[in-house]
Ligand binder design. Structure first.
Ligand code: NAD
Length: 273
């Protein structure tokens, strides 16, 4: 399988079972994370949004021996109920959850935030991109063993303005704050919750953001590592946070973005390239 050798093998996740929400295709960040967790011995269940994506997710999931592959639209309670019930029925308990889900109407991911963010778009973006983690965390915590761990994926557009990211930046701010409250509440059960703030990675979701090309080239030129964000680094951070390596780490937003988030002003040479 492509990419298999790219992920360090071991047994850090041996005996652990978890749910991966958000694989759309082989470029998805969730798929990189899934491959890394599998290489470390985890058993994985996958959820996917809709039949069309199911046709892509099934062969990927099956290539790493997953047989729990469930359709789940996070905006529908019945769909969430059914997905978590299927996991509970098959496994009883889980040890981790990966939430890698976001959506906004394309019309809001360009131009003016103030002009293009309608009430409906604001609500829908928040629902899919922020509330769904709160909802999934609650459901997952009901079947999660003590010592369990959950992560979500966020982006720097929550902390700073990024052209065209607009309402998604607002939803990511809510997602990061939600992660802290989830960590606070579930800490009493011995469950950790963290967010990974990834730099730009070429995926379906990234393609939805207007002038994404500029986003990638500016990040590459201005980041201390002068490179794109490697999704294998995101997967490595996920492994740390989801395994016992991450003991005592909760409520954190961990940046994996070639260092872009620390830059106040890029080098002049970067701007000229
Ligand atoms: P992706 O398009 O591969 O994944 C997004 C996923 O969200 C898809 O699997 C899609 O089916 C799912 N989704 C959307 N609406 C849904 C719904 N109603 N119900 C269930 N699932 C739904 O793109 P990705 O870049 O891998 O995105 C994963 C996460 O990473 C997102 O939260 C995204 O914001 C975040 N992220 C991406 C980047 C990047 O540059 N690609 C950077 C930082 C953070």
């Amino acid at each position: 399988m492509a990419g298999e050798t790219a992920f360090p093998a071991g047994d850090l996740m041996k005996g652990k079972r978890g749910i991966i929400m958000g694989v759309a295709n082989k470029n998805s960040i969730a798929w990189h994370i899934a491959q890394q967790l599998h290489a470390q011995g985890a058993d994985l269940a996958f959820t996917y949004a809709g039949e069309a994506l199911g046709r892509r997710v099934h062969p990927l999931a099956e290539s790493i021996d997953a047989d729990l592959i469930i359709e789940c639209d996070v905006t529908k309670d019945a769909s969430m109920d059914a997905a978590f019930a299927a996991v509970k029925e098959k496994w009883g308990t889980i040890d981790f959850l990966v939430h890698a889900i976001a959506y906004s109407d394309k019309s809001a991911l360009e131009g003016s935030f103030v002009e293009n963010t309608t009430r409906q778009i604001f609500k829908d973006t928040m629902d899919v991109s922020a509330f769904s983690f709160v909802d999934a965390a609650r459901r997952a915590s009901e079947i999660m063993n003590p010592g369990g761990s959950m992560i979500t994926l966020t982006y720097l557009g929550s902390e700073r303005t990024v052209p065209n990211y607009n309402v998604m930046g607002v939803a990511k701010a809510a997602l990061e704050a939600s992660t802290r409250y989830i960590a606070k509440d579930l800490g009493a059960k011995g469950i950790r919750a963290n967010a990974i703030s990834a730099g730009p990675v070429k995926t379906l979701a990234a393609a939805g953001i207007s002038s994404g090309k500029h986003l990638f080239s500016f990040n590459r030129l201005a980041a201390p590592l002068r490179d794109d964000t490697d999704p294998r680094g995101v997967a490595g951070a996920a492994l740390y946070l989801l395994s016992d390596l991450g003991l005592s780490c909760t409520g954190e937003t961990h940046h994996v973005d070639a260092g872009f988030h620390i830059v106040g002003m890029p080098d002049e040479s970067a701007l000229k390239e």
